[in-house]
Design a protein around this ligand. Structure first.
Ligand SMILES: *Cc1c(COP(=O)(O)O)cnc(C)c1O
Length: 362
């Protein structure tokens, strides 16, 4: 039997507004006019499709990915921009690939320094030395910086050395730990003539002192706010991912009856329930609570009961809607940040999950 191309009508689908990506990149430039932009496109560009996003963000100065494999795929697709691999190389084979493909590596541990010093590669690669200024995730300790930096600078395997660090609390601009980290970074970089990078999206928008020579936006490029109580639209950002489905069924439910697995929602009046063809199998958060907004026919309805694998229920009592009507889970009509807040998570996770579920099937 011939495959129907109507598949998108039968399940939740993700579409990507590439113009919004370019708009958000311009916003980054407005917030940080003096810095180069290292667009972060790890995790398949936060679920948006890495290669398509990289192509659209041709005006970025460089790209950052987490793993070597992502960088190889970028080069294979014809991308010639600087690409920084945040986890760096792990063995000689990868180191040689970096040299061959002109990839830049983050160095965040002693073993990587040793690999670089004990082998010989040509051409030399660019290195971003990552300093732990207080987050205690990846990065060398502050008192090791002089030693690492000196050895890297003297190595014929290294073209340029840069310094970078990462904030643990930039999403909370009034947190004292941000200034502690910034001061720590300044302490280790002040005496060295080197280009630096520290700011993620939140710091780009609220901590201008951390901009340095290069900023590293991720979430803001995708049109979501990194701040808990500050909507993306107020920051001038536009949604990039449109996550939609359709109304599969409607039914009347009497007062006192409950809905869905676990019967976690019981109505105290007669209501009309809409069944939407989207669930956690599509990347919609299973932990979305009662009342999470779901958009249909210009109205934000309340999610009712537990989210299933392929479906979820909404309160349609006050809405005029028919089977087949378009439903927006998030996108232009409904900001993903609202769904994230109602699901006790962050938009980063929702975007990654919906993109992963959808693009795995393409
Ligand atoms: C993911 C990541 C970023 C981007 O962070 P956003 O909050 O999405 O802007 C920047 N720098 C590093 C090191 C990262 O891992």
């Amino acid at each position: 039997m011939k495959q129907q191309s109507s598949k998108h009508w039968r399940r939740a689908s993700v579409s990507i507004n590439v113009n919004a990506l370019s708009h958000n990149l311009l916003k980054v430039r407005e917030y940080a006019p003096g810095s180069q932009v290292m667009a972060v496109i790890k995790a398949n560009a936060y679920g948006h499709g890495m290669l398509a996003v990289a192509k659209q963000l041709n005006d970025a100065d460089m790209f950052a990915v987490a793993m070597p494999e992502e960088a190889y795929a970028l080069r294979e697709s014809g991308c010639t921009k600087p690409v920084i691999v945040l986890h760096g190389f792990r063995d000689v084979d990868e180191l040689e690939q970096f040299s061959k493909l002109d990839l830049s590596s983050v160095i965040h541990q002693q073993a990587q320094l040793e690999l670089l010093l004990e082998n010989s590669i040509s051409p030399a690669i660019d290195v971003w030395l990552k300093v732990d200024t207080g987050m205690h995730r990846l990065g060398i300790s502050m008192d090791a910086v002089d030693n690492f930096f000196g050895q890297l600078r003297n190595s014929s395997n290294v073209a340029n050395v840069f310094l970078m660090s990462h904030f643990a609390n930039a999403d909370d601009p009034y947190n004292d730990l941000n200034n502690n980290q910034l001061n720590n970074f300044l302490k280790v970089t002040n005496d060295i003539d080197v280009d630096c990078s520290m700011a993620n999206s939140a710091a780009i928008m609220r901590l201008p002192k951390s901009h340095f020579e290069a900023v590293r936006p991720g979430i803001m490029l995708y049109g979501s706010s990194p701040f808990h109580n500050l909507p993306a639209a107020e920051l001038g950002l536009k949604a990039v991912m449109q996550f939609e489905s359709f109304l599969l069924d409607t039914k009347e439910v009497k007062a006192g009856e409950s809905i869905g697995y676990g019967s976690t929602y019981t109505s105290d009046s007669d209501i009309t329930v809409g069944l939407v063809a989207a669930g956690y199998g599509d990347g919609y958060p299973r932990h979305a609570g009662n009342g999470t907004p779901v958009w249909i026919n210009n109205t934000c309805c309340d999610l009712l009961g537990r989210v299933s694998m392929d479906s979820l229920c909404i309160d349609l009592t006050a809405v005029d809607a028919c089977i087949g009507d378009r439903v927006v889970l998030w996108g232009d009509e409904l900001c993903v940040d609202k769904v994230a807040a109602a699901s006790d998570t962050i938009a980063y996770e929702l975007l990654c999950n919906a993109g992963a579920a959808y693009f795995a099937d393409q």
